[in-house]
Design a protein around this ligand. Structure first.
Ligand code: NAD
Ligand code: DAU
Length: 337
């Protein structure tokens, strides 16, 4: 792992991964290849923007010629593929771009990786490809895929392509499937930042359905340390689940945020449920622990406290993000619910 291409490096997890790599390793270069969609923000990388080991290239993962050029001109040996449309609610409003970016874009990346001969292709996926759990049990790497939203269906398609390129062409692919991430720089459309920002502004907190849906939360830096170890030591053709063993009902997280910010629970507003809303996710991350020795370092209470503090201290940054087009999305998503 010497010259790393990170796709989607201007997004929430990709930018955290770039900061992580540059802080941990001296002798590598990182190229951030990102289209800068609504979710991509170079301000996420302002701390390392002038690091000589870092380079940003604006481009589309669906553009084969541009992908080939960035791979060859930077002598890339490792691809860590984050770029995707990532928000379930947006996939329910408009699925087309999810299929284009997540399925076709991944196929273009895989073809380019195959033809230029990279040493490692890390495909970043999600627990949502497994579908939804009842009140007990956890997803393992052997759980059959049963995606329920256009987002998760497109991610499942990309996972299958990635594994097929290993099986058919011997491309050294590893797939990671992680649970819900939280932490600084997350785009405010997602549950935790949305609730923090609305609470700070004394706006209603829109909880879908009865608020009893469960997610398994992991700090983004723990996700990054897991990806790093899988990139270096994971076995080609294998899938690794990543999770924090940290299940929370949505309503309990919302109440915790209100408590931390000293805001009243009367801000909670129950709204119509997300169509097809998955009830519960929980990851069995035993394989990555046993095989590669990874486990999370952050506790949720501390991590959430620090994340809330980060949003309080960085109002200028996220205020710019929530202006303009985001307001139009917010209106479309939450009006008449
Ligand atoms: P994000 O929406 O914050 O960032 C996505 C990035 O991809 C943006 O910078 C965007 O500009 C870029 N992008 C989108 N389309 C592109 C294209 N055609 N070409 C190049 N760049 C493009 O997403 P995130 O939350 O950081 O998620 C990153 C990856 O991790 C995704 O693959 C997602 O499925 C996966 N994942 C996310 C979570 C989570 O909780 N957020 C959990 C598990 C897995
Ligand atoms: O599980 C991993 C996935 O986590 C990733 O693959 C996705 O990219 C990421 O967006 C996330 O998906 P979720 O749909 O779980 O995350 P989101 O933050 O959108 O919602 C978390 C839960 O909160 C979910 O049960 C829906 C609920 N919710 C969400 C929003 C935005 C609300 O109740 N109200 C809201 O306004």
């Amino acid at each position: 792992m010497k010259n790393v291409l990170v796709t989607g490096g201007a997004g929430f997890i990709g930018s955290s991964f770039i900061r992580f790599l540059l802080a941990k390793y001296e002798g590598l270069t990182v190229v951030n290849y990102d289209l800068l969609t609504y979710a991509g923000n170079l301000e996420n990388l302002k701390e390392i923007a002038h690091d000589p080991r870092y380079r940003f290239v604006k481009g589309d993962i669906c553009d084969r010629a541009a992908v080939d050029a960035v791979l060859t001109s930077n002598e890339i040996d490792t691809i860590v593929h984050f770029a995707a449309e990532s928000h379930v609610d947006r996939s329910i409003l408009e699925a087309g771009v999810f299929v284009r970016t997540n399925v076709l874009g991944t196929q273009v990346m895989l073809d380019a990786a195959k033809d230029t001969g990279v040493e490692r292709f890390v495909h970043i996926s999600t627990d949502e490809v497994y579908g939804s759990l009842g009140t007990t049990g956890k997803f393992t790497e052997d759980t059959p895929l049963h995606p329920n939203s256009p987002y998760s269906a497109s991610k499942a398609g990309s996972d299958m392509l990635a594994l097929a390129y290993h099986h058919t062409f011997g491309l050294p692919v590893v797939v990671t499937r992680c649970s819900n991430n939280y932490g600084p720089y997350q785009f405010p459309e997602k549950l935790i930042p949305l609730m923090i920002i609305n609470a700070m502004n004394d706006k209603p907190l829109p909880v879908y359905g009865d608020g009893m849906n469960v997610r398994d939360w992991l700090h983004v830096e723990d996700h990054c340390s897991a990806i790093d170890i899988v990139a270096r030591e994971g076995r080609p053709g294998e899938v690794y689940n990543i999770g924090g063993n940290n299940e929370w009902r949505n309503i309990d997280i919302v109440k915790l945020i209100l408590e931390e910010l000293h805001k009243p629970e009367s801000l909670i507003t129950y709204v119509n449920d997300r169509p097809g809303h998955d009830k519960r996710y929980a990851m069995d991350a035993g394989k990555i622990l046993v095989e590669l020795g990874w486990k999370p370092a952050h506790t949720f209470e501390r991590g959430l406290h620090d994340t809330i503090a980060w949003y309080c201290e960085n109002t200028a940054l996220w205020s710019r993000v929530v202006s303009g087009a985001y307001q139009e999305y917010y209106r479309r998503q939450y009006e008449n619910r």
